[in-house]
Design a protein around this ligand. Structure first.
Ligand code: GLU
Length: 416
């Protein structure tokens, strides 16, 4: 196990969780090696002429991890942390996520190492178009279908679709998470946060949890929608945070009002009726439910001892490191894993792709009903394995995902 001195890389973390599940499943060394390595990785140079005349050189990536169950699927991240290491780990997570919820996709991830917040809108558009055109030869509605992730949104997907369409003709099913006007699905924008609330609802009755004190790190697309749905369910959100800092009020925060702040790109720290704390401190508040919904690697062997939550729900991808997970396990704090908690996003992406292919529209009720069905089924499956085998929720979730991918890999004859 890597020591806390040596920083645990995202790939170490995801590979470790894979290894633990593979051991439980008794998979051979041969198949483990096949499953862990990505199928294809591409790195491209993305030169961008800034509005001030300067030429900046960015690097972009797309990693296609495993496609044995269907086309590669996963988000595009425009973020300073999005390097090849990060993208590779996140691509593997997508493989286990799509398999866990049993939708017919493989796993991929991509991104550009940049700070999208520092770019003007027209610079972001140019960056998106250059990046898309450079990777478009490995994309395709039956090959690889991008979606939004950190630093990207529906508008970025619209530019990607348009850029791809210049070579291939009108192809809405090339990306998901598009604006509804261009063939996006109703409910896709809210889906990751909505799905988080669905999993929390199941867990509250299953694990006898309370939602009187909820803490959410991150108030972007995922955190803000999770907060809205949880508030509607009657939960009290006592702390939230954004890029600039965190706010805490033990009497509860007005989520609807603060949602407007996010929409207007105003920092949450502008809000007066709360204490201002740091993005580190927010993780250590005493609470019922802690929901990391921002960047990865925030719960570590260093701070996990100070966490005072009854349960953790990973709305972010890979927020817990290996040693963080071990400390929490020793302390008996259940961690509901990312590949289950945040799967609502890719599930509604699947619905969007299906609607585009059929040239047909679903209404909000159908999207919600079918998403819930898939999530609840996956939740029950994971909870049942966790209880019957006495293993962590994460290992149970990985076991379901990994065993499905192992089976399809074998059936396709990749090992003969
Ligand atoms: N970026 C999201 C995730 O990490 C969604 C991916 C998708 O919809 O393809 O699950």
């Amino acid at each position: 196990m890597p020591s806390e001195q040596k920083k645990e890389s995202p790939t170490d973390t995801v590979s470790h969780f894979f290894d633990v599940a593979a051991k439980q499943l008794d998979l051979s060394e041969e198949i483990c090696q096949t499953l862990i390595k990505p199928y294809r990785e591409i790195t491209v140079e993305v030169p961008l002429r800034r509005n001030n005349g300067q030429l900046d050189l960015y690097t972009g990536y797309r990693v296609q991890h495993n496609g044995s169950r269907g086309p590669y699927k996963g988000g595009m991240r425009f973020h300073p942390t999005a390097d090849i290491e990060d993208v590779r780990a996140l691509a593997a997570l997508m493989t286990w996520k799509t398999a866990l919820v049993n939708i017919p996709f493989g796993g991929a991830k991509g991104g550009v190492t940049c700070n999208a917040l520092e770019l003007e809108r027209n610079e972001l558009e140019r960056l998106t178009r250059i990046f898309t055109s450079k990777i478009s030869l490995i994309l395709g509605p039956q090959r690889d279908i991008p979606a939004p992730d950190m630093g990207t949104d529906a508008q970025v997907m619209a530019w990607m679709m348009d850029e791809y369409g210049k070579r291939h003709g009108h192809t809405p099913e090339i990306v998901t998470g598009k604006p509804i006007e261009l063939g996006g699905s109703i409910g896709r924008n809210e889906a990751t946060g909505h799905g988080t609330s669905v999993i929390i609802t199941e867990a509250i009755s299953d694990f006898n949890l309370s939602c009187d004190k909820v803490v959410i790190q991150g108030f972007g697309n995922v955190g803000s929608h999770a907060a809205l749905y949880l508030e509607k369910m009657g939960a009290k959100i006592i702390a939230i945070s954004d890029y600039y800092g965190a706010i805490h009020n033990p009497n509860g925060l007005p989520i609807q009002e603060l949602f407007q702040y996010a929409a207007e790109r105003r920092p949450l720290t502008d809000y007066d009726d709360a204490d201002q704390i740091s993005n580190q401190e927010i993780l250590e508040l005493e609470c019922d439910l802690l929901i990391p919904a921002a960047i990865g690697g925030v719960i570590t062997g260093e701070n996990a001892n100070r966490i005072q939550a009854s349960a953790i729900f990973e709305a972010a991808n890979s927020p817990t490191t290996i040693s963080g997970e071990q400390v929490l396990a020793n302390r008996g704090i259940p961690v509901f894993p990312d590949i289950l908690v945040n799967a609502g996003g890719v599930i509604v992406s699947y619905f969007e792709w299906v609607q585009n292919i059929q040239q047909f529209r679903w209404d909000a009720n159908r999207v919600e009903k079918e998403m819930k069905e898939i999530l609840v089924k996956a939740y029950k499956n994971v909870s049942e394995i966790h209880k019957s085998k006495g293993i962590s929720l994460r290992t149970a979730a990985f076991m379901v995902g990994v065993s499905r991918v192992a089976k399809s890999t074998e059936l396709r004859g990749y090992l003969t």
